[in-house]
Design a protein around this ligand. Structure first.
Ligand code: SF4
Length: 178
């Protein structure tokens, strides 16, 4: 099966890519994350994904027209509550659309490896996007591989972020540590 794997960051992609590949799939990465701010942080994560691409032999498509405005318009008035499902929806719908337009059989996401995010909601949003664009959502509970993925990526020298991505999550991290 030809799968487009939405990549939120390189550390989460190591395990998910390997598992999907071991199952005999042809996997390509897709980096579309308008939720990562500011630009310097976006570039670090994008370059880290490109570094992973070279190390694992994983082709990664970087979505060129990735605009922060799309994220802010999507979560407007939902910044305090409910912004994460909107953020996942923005990214997974783009992945589904891209997969459908470019001849993939299905798509998946590295978000499914996170033990910190609402796994069931991500699955639900992925399945709804799949239905909308008539392409399969390849679901798997990758969470058991979270630690392993991050350990391997540290050994590979890949960049590890210390907040989820958006400015709101960065502020929350500072509030927690202050
Ligand atoms: S905290 Fe993470 S998932 Fe939630 S809106 Fe921000 S970047 Fe998106």
């Amino acid at each position: 099966m030809r799968i487009l794997l939405h990549i939120c960051c390189a550390p989460c992609a190591v395990y998910t890519f390997n598992i999907l590949k071991e199952k005999g799939n042809a996997v390509e990465g897709f980096f579309y994350n308008p939720n990562i701010h500011p630009s310097s942080e976006y570039m670090k994560r994008k370059e880290s994904a490109q570094g992973l691409s070279e190390s694992l032999g994983l082709k990664i498509r970087i979505f060129r027209d990735c605009r922060f405005e799309d994220f802010f318009r999507k979560v407007n008035f939902h910044e305090e509550e409910g912004r994460c499902p909107l953020c996942w929806s923005l990214r997974l719908n783009k992945a589904a659309e891209y997969a459908a337009k470019n001849g993939f059989d299905g798509f998946s996401t590295t978000l499914l490896i996170s033990p910190y995010q609402d796994h069931d909601k991500i699955r639900q949003i992925g399945e709804a996007a799949a239905e909308r664009y008539a392409v399969e959502f390849v679901y798997e509970d990758f969470r058991k591989g979270f630690r392993e993925s991050h350990t391997i990526s540290r050994k590979m020298g890949l960049y590890h972020q210390n907040y989820c991505g958006c400015l709101y999550s960065e502020r929350e991290r500072f509030l927690k540590s202050s």
